[in-house]
Design a protein around this ligand. Structure first.
Ligand code: S5P
Length: 272
């Protein structure tokens, strides 16, 4: 099974350049940690990214949360991405018809496709959401994740919905590089596993402390996510930066802690 192999050797299973880039970055930095930087001020956003940069393979953004957004933020984000060697993932969760998502992805203030290596979409509109986004993203070498499952209590993303998401993804392997999900998807949707089916699983809802946030979020540990559920990347937000956004020393300590926990779980996974 593909996820029992080292990240670096899995790059050859992928034709999409962003999938290769992510796997190679994980291997190079020995980190399967992604940090989700959900803060409202550009200065906090950039200082957290600068602090966690050395420890992560990927930075996940919600760019529309920033209340003082300017193009300069993107310029600085891209600079940090090169300096610290991490992939950028704008967590836009597109969910509309092909024509609309193509415009939302390429245009507006944020012009997401121009700077974000990876973005994601809900499969709810059907395959046209993938072709709409691919019309913009593929020529730029970008990659897409489908939300096959969500981490929240009572999520509707289960059963035949998740199975359909996996089948949709299999038909668009050139652009869909994997899933936001809570477990591996090889055995979902009825097809036998092949090397081709080496989807990347990025998993949010990860915490070493609380089991929830009182607003529906549910947390599992890196060990549960990577070792027991076979996910490839742990996505951690508040578990790393908490409430004190200025305490970069603590943020670094937490990032190191999650990086080590994620990597240990992976090493145990590939050693069996
Ligand atoms: O199912 C999901 C999918 C996503 S992308 N559950 C999630 O929590 N997310 C995102 O992951 C969410 O939008 C947030 O940015 C991050 C989790 O943040 P945390 O602070 O709870 O770790």
């Amino acid at each position: 099974r593909s996820h029992l192999k080292p990240y670096g050797s899995r790059a050859e299973n992928h034709r999409n350049p962003t999938a290769k880039l992510l796997l190679e970055t994980i291997e190079r930095k020995q980190s399967n940690l992604a940090v989700s930087v959900d803060v409202t001020k550009s200065c906090d956003f950039l200082s957290i990214i600068d602090a966690v940069g050395p420890f992560v393979c990927l930075v996940k953004t919600h760019i529309d949360i920033l209340e003082d957004f300017t193009q300069d933020v993107i310029f600085k984000l891209q600079k940090l991405s090169v300096e610290h060697d991490f992939v950028i993932f704008e967590d836009r969760k597109f969910a509309d018809i092909g024509n609309t998502v193509a415009l939302q992805y390429s245009s507006g203030i944020y012009r997401i496709a121009s700077w974000s290596h990876i973005t994601n979409a809900h499969p709810v509109p059907g395959p046209s959401i993938i072709s709409g986004l691919a019309s913009v993203g593929l020529p730029l070498g970008r990659g897409l994740l489908l939300l096959a499952e969500m981490s929240t209590e009572g999520a509707l993303t289960e059963g035949s919905y998740t199975e359909s998401a996996v089948r949709m993804a299999r038909r668009h392997r050139e652009f869909v590089i994997g899933f936001i999900a809570q477990r591996r998807m090889e055995n979902v949707g009825g097809s036998a596993e092949t090397e081709e089916d080496d989807f990347l699983i990025l998993s949010p809802g990860v915490g070493l402390g609380a089991r929830g946030d009182g607003m529906g979020q549910q947390y599992r540990t890196p060990r549960e996510v990577v070792l027991e559920s076979g996910c490839d990347v742990i996505i951690v937000g508040r578990g790393i930066y908490g409430k004190d956004l200025k305490d970069t020393e603590k943020i670094r300590t937490q990032a190191t802690r999650y990086k080590e926990a994620g990597w240990e779980a992976y090493q145990e996974r590939i050693s069996v």
